[in-house]
Structure formats: structure tokens, C-alpha cells
Write a protein that binds this ligand. Structure first.
Ligand SMILES: [Zn+2]
Length: 699
């Protein structure tokens, strides 16, 4: 397809089209690039006009379009638009210059540029899931995940696609769109920016009507915001050719001068730790070592000690110049004014603990927020918009048995009355409402995101798992919280005498349950997911009776909803097969065949994956890299546990920051994070809040 004189010193360019778009749509750009001496290809994506084909077929077509030229030694930059980000990134697999060199081949992909494109947040997620599990309204589609489906656009999409294009051009370009295989968006990806192994950067179109909300910024590069208004107009396309040159794709760009101010502000590690331990004198728990701070915490929500910690929080933040408000769930919002009016960017977490908890879970997040306020005051630093710190009530759900209940009320997902009527565990008569009244924290403003909206919510938290410590890493950039589903499985066999029933005559519900649970572990391994059984009951429960009925629970978790759904399908299929006596993966080897049994399922709970906001994730990553000075110390993560950030993310941009937990231990007095790691986390938290504030100001 290359025409005209090309410059062999320049890399080639592969333009990857978005959904329903064809090479014709990119002709103006292709010609402009060729005129500048770039050998340019625009492969036609095989998913166009077809069903059943996926992004993998598109990725293969991209590779095929340039493989011969790579064999000649040619290197290419991928410039992917919109959906093209998925197959474009996928095409790098085995085809980067590094991978090809390792295989003794020449050429390859040198860099990738995402132009208002989907840069997927992590592997094993499909595009639809990343899009929030729902196709946009302007799209014509079939039922998700049914396979062999075809997708197209509604007439209303014309504005979204071609909003700044002259009407005649818009009409013509719209006519040229083709149907596309819906399966392309429903298959999990394996290559993402963070693991593609080549430089990658993002071009964000501020006037983009299609992808603005979903352009994930996950790369290990500083995001360059560019004022490019739409990409489809001929004039704009010519104008943006400069931005598409490899120089821009290869170099990451510094953000504005504001960041130097941000980086000049440093948290005071000693003050942070001293204050944290001081506040832990309210509700001190079990001693586990001989050091002065070697005790855990037992500060149940709305207890006397929780009130003391709250009073300290209110007094301290007030004295730091904050306006402090308490809502009807006792959530405390401390807001420091900015240069301009507007919503506050919040740091937040919780001051309550488990009855046998530690000094860091939740507490670190709030205390780091207070340290941020102190640093800002020390430097008399002004933020553009207000910044705040929030303490959420009863996050743990340890005293009043719903976790994250008060952020849940704030998000209007848990009714206020349900929360108020929660009775304390352990047989006491106190309710949340009576305790809020007793300690004088039943505030007058409604507990709702409508009454206390936030510009953003950043939460610093201990990892509560082993990954950061195991890899000697310092900061987890949290992209979301994993999905889970809970099931109750009933296995029905037949009660029988253990002494008089030969093995071949049994329908032993426990034996089958053991096999099912064993197999669930294997399937979890296959899907890189988690499956756990926490409750198991046998009936009738007698030493000399083979149990005729067993009930057990399954807790299934994975970062992506699609993984949980696929694992559930595999579990149901294989459980039925095992019940019917089929030998799967040798489970029945050397065993006596059994009489048939029945397996039935009940779904108890479905919690979809939470995906945090790209702007917040980008702010956390940029801050983490700036603070640690080494990308190897920073990793992308999905939270295994729930946090208040799950609820805030429903109503404002949100992300979390994880710091290492010693031995991965939490909800335990010995929970520990070193002062150095606490300070690094607090520094990243402060920078993230300030970066977000700058981003809004320059918005
Ligand atoms: Zn927590």
C-alpha cells in the first residue's frame, strides 16, 4: 500500500482503525504521512462485516500487513484509534523489536501511540467489561456475550463520531461505516500498555464525544494532554500529523511547571508516624511485641474510643483551616479552601478498626490526609480548588455488620434506615443511630453524594496482601476492586449405612463435594481467579452414616466480571459432569464408580468489578513514579478487598494507593507497615490529590 518516496531512515507507521471504520476513513491521514516520507499501512480489520471474529483476528491482520517489511528490517510505530487500541496493542505480542530480535528476526514494532483509543487497564479484561459492562446508547448491538453477534451504530452516533466535521463530509464518512463483529469487544485481552514492552503514549482529544470517559491511561509514561479537537476532520487530521510523528510516540512528555511545585512539598515522616501512634492510644488492643508501639487496635465504630479519635480529627483539621462537616451517618468531611470555589478533591479512609485489628488499616489513610493538610499549611500552599479529608463511619462492619455502610449510604446504595437500624453484634441493644446520637456524631446534613459531592476521592491503604512485599515494591496503583459472586451448592445423594453399603452402591454426597471443591481449585487456577469454600455442612452428621446431603459455599473472585462469569460456567458444567460420574482430570482414577448424585446451585450475591477512574489512576501512577523515582518499584494492582472507594467511585473519580503489608498480614494486631513505606504512601497520596487539582485547573 505504500506509495511515493519513503524515507528509509524513518520508521513505518501502521494506522489501526476504530470500530466500524475502514481504511477509507484514514486515507487523508495516510496520504499526509506518505507525503512526509513515512511508509504507512492501514490494514482492513477482518472483523468488519463479519461475526464470530475477534480482536485477535484483527491483531493477526495488523501483523500480517507489515511482517514482510519487518523481515526486511523495517521498524514500525503503531498509531491506533479508538477500538484499534485493543488489536493494535494485541498485535505487539511477539512482534516488538525486542521479541523479534530475541527470535533472531529483524524489524518489529518500536512504539505504540493510542489516539483517543482504548488502552486496556490490565490483562484478562475484555473491552465491554472495561467499558463498564454496558454498550453505549448510540450503539446498535445484540445481547452481550452470546457470540456470533454483529454490531453497528445508531444514526445518533454521527454527531459523536464527526462532531466537528463539515456536514457533507460527516454524511459521507458515516455512510462508509460498516458493521463489525461484536465478539471483538467481548474477548479478554492479553497485551496491555503496561506489559507490551515498548514505549507507549496517549493522545487525548478533549472534544472527543466517544471515548473521553474511557481512555485508560495506564502507561508507564507521563500523559501528554493535547488540545486536539476531534480527529476525523480533514483539516484536523492534517494538523495532527505532527503529533503522530514517532518523535512524539517515543518520547514521554513532561507535565507543566506546576509539577515542580508539587514535588517540592514533602511529607514529614516523623510527624506522620508520631501522630498516627498518638491517635492509636484511643482504642489500643492486644500487645504482640515488646516495642512501645507493638500493640494492635480495638477501636470499634462509634465506641467511646472512636469518639476520642473523631474529636481529635475534628479539632486538628479545624485548626489547620478546614471547614468541618458531619453528615447523618457521622461521616466527617474536613475541607480546606482553594483559590477558587468548587468541589473538593478528597483523601479519605476510616478510623474504626476490627476488634483485633492493627494500627494501619484505614488509620494510615486518614492520618496521611491530615499530614497533607499540615504540609500545605507549613508551605502556605494554595490549591486551585478545595482539598479535603474524609473519615468514613464503620467501614469495617465489625460492630455494625455491614462493611462500608456509611459510604454506601452516601452513595445512596444502602438505605439510611437500614443503616440506622443495624444492631451491634454480640447481643447488645445499641443501634447505629442510637450510638451516633450518644457520641454526638449524628450530623444535620443528609448522608448523600448529592449533599456532599466530591471532585475525586483518593484512598491510601495498606495492601493487606503479600504482593508488594514479595516483589520488593513500594506502591500499588490500584485500578479497581475485583468482582465476586457467592453461591450455595447443594449435593444430594443418599443416606446409607457405612458398614453394610459397598462402595459401588453409594451415593456419597461428601465424597462428591470433596471432588467438586478440589476441582473448583483447579478451575480457579486455570482462570487465574480465586475460589474458596468457607462453609460446609453434612447431613445427617453421624459417624456411621454416609451423608446423603452436603451443602457448601463457593466464593468466586477475579478482577474482571467476564472471568467470574466464565469460571462460573465452567464450574457448573464440570460439577454436573462429575455428579454424573464423568472422570475429569483424573479425579476418579482408581476410585470405585458411584451411584449418581445431583448438584444444585443458588446464587447468593453478585458484586460486579469496580473500575477506578483513569484520571485518578494516571495521577497516582505519575505520583508514584515521581516519588519512588523507579518504575520497577510501582505496580498496577486490583484490590482483593472492598473499601469505601468502591462506593465513592460510583459518584466521583476515584483511585487507591497501596503500600506494603508486612507478611501480607491485616485484621491482626501484628499488622505492620514500616515508617518509610507509610511516608512514601503519604507522599504519593498528597501528590495525587495535587496533580488532580492541577489537572482540573488546566482542564
Ligand atoms: Zn480498611
Amino acid at each position: 500500500m505504500a506509495i511515493g518516496p519513503t524515507d528509509n531512515a524513518k520508521p513505518g507507521i501502521v494506522l489501526v482503525t476504530g470500530a466500524w471504520h475502514t481504511p477509507v476513513h484514514f486515507e487523508v491521514l495516510r496520504v499526509a504521512l506518505e507525503e512526509q516520507g513515512y511508509e504507512t499501512y492501514v490494514p482492513r480489520l477482518p472483523t468488519l462485516g463479519k461475526t464470530g471474529l475477534t480482536w485477535k483476528d484483527d491483531a493477526a491482520a495488523i501483523q500480517k500487513a507489515v511482517e514482510k517489511r519487518m523481515d526486511d528490517g523495517k521498524e514500525f510505530v503503531i498509531a491506533a484509534h479508538s477500538y484499534g487500541g485493543v488489536p493494535g496493542c494485541g498485535a505487539t505480542k511477539g512482534f516488538t523489536v525486542h521479541e523479534r530480535a530475541a527470535a533472531g528476526k529483524k524489524g518489529g514494532f518500536r512504539a505504540i501511540l493510542f489516539i483517543a483509543a482504548f488502552a486496556m487497564p490490565e490483562p484478562n479484561v475484555d473491552l465491554l467489561t472495561a467499558f463498564g459492562g454496558k454498550f453505549p446508547e448510540w450503539m446498535a448491538h445484540e445481547l452481550p456475550y452470546t457470540g456470533n453477534a454483529s454490531s453497528f451504530v445508531q444514526p445518533t452516533a454521527k454527531y459523536a463520531f464527526f462532531n466537528d466535521v463539515p456536514k457533507d463530509d460527516a454524511d459521507r464518512y458515516f455512510e462508509l461505516l460498516e458493521r463489525q463483529s461484536q465478539d471483538a469487544y467481548e474477548v479478554p485481552v492479553d497485551r496491555v500498555p503496561s506489559n507490551c514492552g515498548i514505549p507507549h503514549t496517549f493522545l487525548i482529544c478533549e472534544n472527543d464525544q466517544v471515548n473521553n470517559i474511557m481512555t485508560y491511561l495506564t502507561g508507564r509514561c507521563v500523559v501528554a494532554m493535547r488540545r486536539v479537537s476531534g480527529l476525523s476532520s480533514k483539516a484536523r487530521l492534517r494538523g495532527t500529523c505532527i503529533a503522530l510523528t514517532p518523535r512524539h510516540a517515543l518520547n514521554t512528555q513532561a507535565t507543566g511547571s506546576q509539577t515542580t511545585n508539587i514535588e517540592a512539598l514533602k511529607v514529614n515522616k516523623d510527624r506522620l508516624m508520631e501522630t498516627l501512634h498518638k491517635t492509636c492510644s484511643w482504642g489500643t488492643g492486644k500487645r504482640w511485641g515488646s516495642g512501645v508501639n507493638d500493640t494492635g487496635m480495638s477501636r470499634l465504630a462509634l465506641s467511646h474510643t472512636d469518639k476520642e479519635a473523631r474529636d481529635w480529627f475534628v479539632d486538628t483539621t479545624s485548626s489547620l483551616g478546614c471547614d468541618v462537616k458531619v453528615d447523618a451517618m457521622g461521616n466527617i468531611f474536613a475541607v480546606r479552601p482553594g483559590r477558587r470555589e468548587g468541589l473538593a478533591t478528597f483523601a479519605g479512609s476510616h478510623l474504626d478498626t476490627q476488634p483485633s485489628g492493627g494500627r494501619y488499616d484505614g488509620i494510615l489513610g486518614v492520618l496521611a490526609g491530615v499530614e497533607m493538610l499540615r504540609v500545605l499549611k507549613d508551605h502556605q500552599a494554595e490549591t486551585e480548588f478545595p482539598v479535603g479529608v474524609v473519615n468514613w463511619t464503620n467501614e469495617e462492619g465489625a460492630r455494625f455488620p455491614i462493611s462500608m455502610v456509611s459510604s454506601g449510604v452516601w452513595a445512596e446504595e444502602i438505605p439510611l434506615e437500614t443503616a440506622y437500624n443495624l444492631r451491634e453484634v454480640g447481643g447488645g441493644t445499641a443501634t447505629m443511630k442510637s450510638e451516633l446520637e450518644r457520641i454526638d456524631y449524628l450530623g444535620s446534613i443528609p448522608a448523600s453524594y448529592k449533599s456532599t459531592p466530591m471532585a475525586a476521592h483518593f484512598e491510601l491503604h495498606i495492601e493487606q496482601g503479600p504482593l508488594l512485599e514479595a516483589e520488593n515494591q513500594k506502591i500499588g496503583v490500584v485500578h479497581g476492586v475485583q468482582a465476586y459472586r457467592w453461591f450455595t451448592v447443594d449435593v444430594a445423594g443418599r443416606d446409607a449405612h457405612t458398614g453394610s453399603t459397598p462402595l459401588g452402591n453409594r451415593a456419597d454426597a461428601m465424597l462428591l463435594a470433596a471432588r467438586l471443591i478440589t476441582h473448583s481449585h483447579r478451575l480457579a487456577t486455570k482462570h487465574s481467579a480465586l475460589v474458596s469454600t468457607g462453609i460446609l455442612t453434612l447431613t445427617p452428621g453421624s459417624t456411621n452414616t454416609i451423608p446423603g446431603h452436603v451443602r457448601f459455599t463457593l466464593d468466586v473472585r477475579a478482577p474482571a466480571d467476564s472471568t467470574v462469569a466464565a469460571l462460573e460456567a465452567d464450574l457448573k458444567r464440570d460439577f454436573a459432569a462429575l455428579a454424573a460420574g464423568k472422570n475429569i482430570l483424573g479425579l476418579l482414577d482408581e476410585a470405585t464408580p458411584s451411584k449418581p448424585l445431583e448438584v444444585s446451585w443458588r446464587t447468593d450475591s453478585v458484586s460486579p468489578a469496580t473500575l477506578f477512574h483513569h484520571d485518578c489512576i494516571a495521577a497516582v501512577r505519575a505520583s508514584a513514579e515521581a516519588v519512588t523515582g523507579d518504575t520497577k518499584l510501582v505496580r498496577d494492582m486490583t484490590s482483593g478487598a472492598g473499601h469505601d472507594s468502591v462506593y465513592t467511585s460510583r459518584h466521583c473519580p476515584t483511585s487507591m494507593i497501596f503500600v506494603p503489608s508486612k507478611n501480607g498480614v491485616s485484621h491482626n494486631p501484628e499488622e505492620y507497615t514500616s515508617p518509610e513505606d507509610c511516608a512514601i504512601g503519604a507522599q504519593v497520596l498528597m501528590q495525587s490529590v495535587l496533580r488532580f487539582d492541577h489537572m482540573r485547573a488546566s482542564g
